[in-house]
Design a protein around this ligand. Structure first.
Ligand code: GLV
Length: 353
């Protein structure tokens, strides 16, 4: 019926360690919960007697046509959710006509993912590894495999948040990770802390220029939560920003993505495309993201829930649930398309539930 049904099944399908890794956040998981709760504090302001007979939800992201304003966020280690892992996600996302962002710490290589769904638009999430040779090789693989953008994660300088579920369960990654193998010679058996220790912690905004020089692909940064960083990112030449708190998994008690979105859009929304992730569970959440100025929203965990339940078919179903909800919401909101959803369609208030 809805993605919550898939969430329920997720806990029953996975072993405790993998479940805790995917479901968990940092410290007291305040931000993890707030990502979902924050959407409820934003209310829609629908307009009536608008001709919505031709309402549509297609849009473009970085010039690429997509069937709806919803993209797939990068999530790690997908073979731990289902044996088909990123291959299934790539096929389902391509079939749904939208963009998959593949993680650096995927359990498949960029080439394998590209081969699974040839011709589909995909973005590559980059962890800039301390080993620059590996970083360069990752970018080169993304380029030759026809990825359309690099999404640099900037909220994990050398360490994961304190994810106490993983510490309690003694979680180690049991699926091979090609990028980690390239960096360490060890494909599996690492803790999240060991994986994140590979990520460079000395990067500053000045390094963006060097990164832009490594390929001709558009560059997005993911992990911006303030107008100050949005300005630095745009002045550093990025093509897009993903407003994100890494699904509540990095610094706990930071703002929910949807609450940080307005200030980022106010600062740079006229210059680059802005995206948002974190806690998106309903079509109405996506409409709120559009109203607050996002070009599109991204979903991470709901994709994993679908993947664990039924592989490619499960991811496909999750994306179709969102498509139906976004389309219905667009119509009932009195909007004819993504561009018609404005700030006037939303207002903030206390959580009504
Ligand atoms: C990977 O990026 C994670 O958040 O665990």
């Amino acid at each position: 019926m809805n993605v919550w049904d898939y969430e329920q099944r997720f806990e029953q399908t996975l072993d405790a360690g993998a479940f805790g890794y995917f479901a968990g956040g940092a410290d007291d998981e305040v931000t993890l919960r707030d990502n979902v709760a924050a959407f409820r504090r934003w209310r829609l302001r629908p307009r009536m007697l608008v001709d919505v007979s031709a309402a549509a939800i297609e849009t473009t992201v970085l010039g690429e046509p997509v069937s709806m304003p919803l993209l797939v966020a990068p999530t790690a280690f997908q073979r731990m959710a289902h044996p088909d892992g990123e291959i299934a996600t790539a096929r389902a996302t391509a079939a749904a006509g939208t963009v998959m962002t593949m993680s650096t710490v995927a359990t498949a290589s960029p080439g394998e993912v590209a081969e699974a769904a040839p011709g589909a638009a995909r973005w590559f999430q980059l962890y800039w590894f301390k080993d620059e040779g590996v970083t360069h090789a990752l970018i080169d693989q993304a380029v030759v495999s026809d990825f359309r953008a690099i999404v640099l994660t900037i909220d994990a300088p050398g360490a994961p948040g304190r994810r106490e579920r993983d510490l309690r369960s003694g979680f180690v990654v049991e699926a091979p990770i090609p990028a980690v193998e390239a960096a360490t010679g060890r494909p599996t058996g690492l803790t999240p802390a060991e994986v994140f220790a590979l990520v460079e912690s000395r990067l500053t905004w000045r390094d963006l220029e060097r990164l832009r020089g490594m390929s001709d692909l558009p560059l997005l940064v993911k992990g911006v939560l303030t107008r100050e960083d949005a300005r630095l990112a745009v002045d550093g030449g990025v093509d897009g920003i993903v407003v994100s708190n890494h699904a509540g998994r990095q610094l706990d008690t930071v703002l929910a993505g949807i609450d940080a979105l307005p200030e980022v859009v106010d600062e740079v929304g006229g210059e680059v495309e802005v995206f948002v992730d974190g806690g998106v569970r309903r079509g109405t959440d996506v409409l709120k993201a559009l109203a607050l100025g996002a070009r599109a929203a991204l979903i991470g965990r709901p994709v994993l829930w679908g993947l664990a339940a039924a592989g490619e078919a499960g991811v496909r179903d999750v994306l179709e649930i969102f498509r139906r909800e976004i389309a219905l919401g667009m119509q009932l909101l009195g909007c004819v398309g993504c561009g018609a959803v404005t700030r006037a369609h939303v207002q903030s208030g206390p959580d009504p539930t």
